[in-house]
Design a protein around this ligand. Sequence first.
Ligand code: ZN
Length: 85
Amino acid sequence: MRGGLRKTTSRICNRKKRFASRGAAEAVAADAHVTLRAYKCELCRQFHLTSKTKGMKLPEFELIKRREAKLAKKADPKVLERKAP
Ligand SMILES: [Zn+2]
């Protein structure tokens, strides 16, 4: 990409929840139902969460979560199709 760094706008910063550390942010991300990623904000020097994970390396807990979901599906693929009697 040309034109240097893409800066986080202060509007987004103000709207978002702030975390003092990456660990605190990722703890919340691990609990969420959607894929979230922690990143350090240039403006407030704290951490925010983003759902934009495209092209980003997924955090460890997310890889584990996905792998387990895949394995569970493989182990019993008919579990979701089975109809109640
Ligand atoms: Zn910020």
